[in-house]
Design a protein around this ligand. Structure first.
Ligand code: ATP
Ligand code: MG
Length: 565
């Protein structure tokens, strides 16, 4: 079933929206937002949030979704990240209303609302050091102590906040805090910080205009309200922040009051989905950048060969709930396999070539054969394949001796070459070290498309003409970690100990069929019997095509997991 004929997903958030609409809440509007911080590349966890937020806007009448950069931490953010996020959201297939939004667009208004809070006696400038603030805050079992600066007069607070903004004070010397409740059982309500001082950073949007920056918990509700957001969807760790979200909006003169709803984060097995850990992988060169095909970033998945449809389908399948869990990598892989099985043309590629000489086919002669590009979809057409005296098969498809169970080529045995003839291995040629260098074979011209009578053909193997084939580099990717929950395992010091040393192998001497020489970067294929591959967008050249393995044909990990149980 294609994504288009599918009914819309149902989840508890959409049910809340349906009820709100029936009850006329928010004037019947639906307006969501996706608010990434531009401090890293988007990962598959973000895709869940993008599909949820933009999906709602897509499926509800007059629904809207803003892409908003939550850019209040200038020392960790940069324009490269902003641009990658824009590219990734569009690639996933979503678009936003007219323009992009930045929390930094609201710095002026955020400042004015802070002045309003001070004027109402609801915020104060506090001179405690960060350490002292922490000590005063108390613990889960003990109430906090009020800051000695808590009862400053409105006039003094206004003056100090003005001077904070004017740059008179050093980083860390003062903060603006909300005056809420130092005895609240919710730590977030014990006079949280609203503004901090940060000199000497150049913000990617506002440059050096500001030396005070608003905190996330203060910025977020106001940004939502200024944009007329109706449903502010976030992950469960913000549940305890909801009272603060509401406090901010209840205590300033703003009309709109979006409702915050929390859902569980996506955790995916055999990888990590935290920007901090992904940044560490990149910075410490455990991977080749944010778009390394082993990374769970959207840039990495794209380069690996994942399609936007497969990722959207994955997000639909895992659904949206409040239950914390860890999703099997097999579910993501099944989504891409289904898409590529249906939509990618077949081709033959030999990853570890072994030369095979067809002795009864004269040199210089080429038999013209035809092969369907897709076994189940005639509309994908056919291609021509030249069958020549010298061809390559994969070393793994030959054994000198083997049991009956081995369905490939053995000395004296017969096998069918995919899209071609039945061949028989007559003898093996070896070098001085005993290494097989060549197989001498014969082919049966009567077997094109028909099976020989009365003879047992063991199986079907793929091949590439040594005359017409093209050399290629094939990159074989596997899971980046060999532990299902690398960052949850308490028995190791660092999640890095679970990096899978076999996550990247190169077949640098592969041979692919000649038609692939004209493939364009980003084209996807099923290499028969090997898996799904994409022509690499960054490193491939016409002289040396580079293919990335997106996924194997079958899930070999589930077997390994079963054995380990
Ligand atoms: P990280 O911990 O990786 O830095 P984050 O939540 O800090 O993630 P943001 O850039 O702030 O990253 O996230 C933007 C939006 O994406 C937020 O609404 C956040 O809740 C959501 N999001 C981030 N990670 C996930 C995830 N694993 N599953 C679902 N939603 C996520
Ligand atoms: Mg964050």
């Amino acid at each position: 079933m294609s994504e288009l004929d599918k009914k819309y997903p149902i989840n508890f958030i959409r049910q809340i929206i349906d009820e709100d609409q029936d009850g006329g809440k928010h004037d019947g509007r639906v307006h969501t937002r996706f608010p990434p911080e531009p401090n890293g590349y988007l990962h598959i966890g973000h895709a869940k949030s993008i599909c949820l937020n933009f999906g709602i806007a897509r499926d509800y009448r007059d629904g809207k979704c803003n892409l908003r950069f939550d850019d209040t931490n200038p020392h960790k953010e940069n324009i490269e990240y902003v641009n990658s996020i824009i590219e990734d959201v569009q690639w996933l297939g979503f678009d936003w209303e007219e323009r992009l939004y930045y929390a930094s667009d609201y710095f002026e208004q955020l400042h004015d609302y802070a002045v309003e809070l001070i004027g109402k006696g609801k915020a104060y400038v506090c001179d405690l050091t960060a350490e002292e603030v922490r000590a005063y805050r108390g613990t889960l079992t003990e109430p906090g102590k009020p800051s000695p600066y808590r009862d400053r007069s409105v006039e003094e607070n206004l003056d100090l906040f003005r001077r904070m903004k004017a740059g008179e004070f050093e980083d860390g010397s003062r903060v603006l805090r909300a005056k809420i409740d130092m005895a609240s059982p919710n730590m977030n309500m014990r006079d949280p910080t609203l503004y901090r001082i940060r000199h000497g950073v150049i913000h990617h949007q506002t440059g050096e205009s500001w030396c005070i920056y608003p905190m996330y918990d203060y910025t977020h509700p106001i940004s939502d309200a200024l944009e007329g957001i109706t449903h502010s969807l976030c992950t469960l760790e913000f549940e305890d922040h909801r009272p603060l979200y509401n406090w901010v909006l209840d205590n300033i003169s703003i009309k709109c009051h979006p409702q915050q709803i929390e859902f569980s984060r996506l955790n995916l097995q055999y990888t990590v989905v935290s920007k901090r850990k992904l940044t560490q992988l990149v910075d410490e060169d455990h991977v080749n950048g944010w778009d390394d095909p082993r990374m769970p970033t959207l840039a990495g998945l794209r380069r690996r060969g994942y399609t936007p449809v497969s990722i959207r389908e994955f997000c639909d399948r895992i659904g949206v709930t409040k239950a914390e869990n860890s999703v099997e990598m097999g579910i993501l892989e099944a989504c891409i396999r289904e898409d590529l099985d249906r939509n990618s043309p077949r081709a033959m590629a030999v990853l570890d070539p072994l030369k095979l000489v067809i002795e009864n086919l004269p040199e210089g002669e080429t038999l013209q054969l035809e092969a369907p590009n897709h076994p189940k979809d005639e509309s994908m057409g056919k291609r021509r394949l030249g069958f020549t005296r010298e061809i390559y098969i994969d070393r793994a498809d030959f054994r000198e001796e083997a049991s009956r169970k081995y369905k490939r080529l053995v000395t004296g045995g017969e096998v069918r070459l995919r899209n071609a003839y039945v061949i028989k291995c007559e003898r093996v040629v070896k070098d001085a070290d005993g290494e097989i260098t060549e197989l001498r074979c014969s082919y049966d011209p009567e077997t094109l498309g028909v099976n020989p009578e009365g003879r047992k053909v063991r199986g079907v193997i793929h091949w590439v003409s040594a005359v017409h084939g093209v050399r290629a580099e094939v990159r074989l990717y596997d899971r980046l970690f060999n532990h299902p929950a690398p960052d949850a395992d308490k028995s190791v010091e660092s999640f890095l100990e679970h990096l899978n040393p076999g996550s990247f192998r190169v077949a640098d001497d592969a041979m692919v069929e000649p038609g692939l020489a004209v493939a364009r970067p980003g084209d996807r294929f099923q290499f028969e019997r090997e898996g799904y591959f994409i022509l690499d967008v960054s490193d491939s050249t016409p002289d040396r095509p580079v293919f990335n393995r997106t996924v194997t044909l079958r899930d070999s990990w589930s077997k390994i997991e079963q054995q380990n149980r």
